[in-house]
Design a protein around this ligand. Sequence first.
Ligand code: PLP
Length: 386
Amino acid sequence: MGKDRRDIATRLIHPLERSSRNFHSLVTPIERASTVLFDSLADALETGRESEEHYRYGVNGTPTTRELELRFAEIEEAAGCALTPSGLAAIALTYLATCKAGDHVLIPASVYLPNTLIGNWLKRMEIEVEHYDPMIGGGIAALLRPNTRLIWCESPGSISMEVQDVPAIVAATHANGTLVAVDNTYASGLLFNPLAHGADLSVHALTKYPGGHSDVLMGAINSRDEALARKVRDTARLLGICVSSDEAALVLRGLPTMRLRLDHIGKVALEMARWFADMDEVETVLHPALPACPGHTVFQRDFSGGAGVFSIIFKDWERERVARFVNALELFKIGYSWGGVVSLVMAYDRLERPSRGEGERLVRFNIGLEDANDLKADIVQAMERA
Ligand SMILES: Cc1ncc(COP(=O)(O)O)c(C=O)c1O
């Protein structure tokens, strides 16, 4: 090694030697960057004309984030995937990439509440958002206007679990030139693929099953065709919407076990849902694989299985008793979100779905990876204490 005569301050930044890159592991490397280097000015200026093969600046992606985009696109055979810092940001980006002033948007009444809140916020941009009955199916045709730009579906719906007839909505909609976006977080692409049924965009909270460990927030939009994928990606870049390589690596770590986790979670959730359905205290179990759940037959037709989220409605229990039950649970932790290894429970104040009276007797469960008998024992002891 020749003697480097530059000051140590400089040498700490520009060392003469670097470690060998001849290294292969099973793990996608975490490559962090704001600045991306070019070999020459000509290369920098040429790359400025943007192509997917070239990295240009951190906002446009790193090898780590692109690896996740490629792998997540593959699940739904999408033409392209764009990552966002949360599932909610993926919902917002979907609106921003597809809608303009004067457009009309339809969203199901069962949608994840913050989607509705974004819809309200969009009024200031003269985008009109209207709610529809999630069970409308092909009847959506009657709500279409010449300026209906986007229809949201979320299947099953948040908390009240309505399964939507996405193929019927797509069939009734496409002649109008309207895009269909599905919040497919529940199915994670593995249990239902909306793009294969003609939807244009499949929107995800990777926070749930893909991340799988309740330690990362991220979202993704899978697009069915190239032009739409480019539009979503360009809008994300324009607005500076991107994710860090460190967080992408957490989701990359979750993906290989997602199938196994979902298989186990789906099996235990269904076992528990059936067990609840036989209880005298329980009026209704809203699990898409059970006949009492709206859209059950659509679920049987379109989904390859269920995930770990379902709701029950207690018979005759007043709000205070529901609260005592939730507070008495030990293994089920009280918390929003779902998709991690720990079972969660939530009850809602002022919930007006499925109907006003039922909302206060509704409890939603997220099944994690604990043993099914231990989870049942926890429910039994909490019911006794309630
Ligand atoms: C159906 C659905 N979509 C989107 C989101 C938003 O995801 P995130 O928490 O990553 O913003 C959630 C979060 O609970 C959700 O339940």
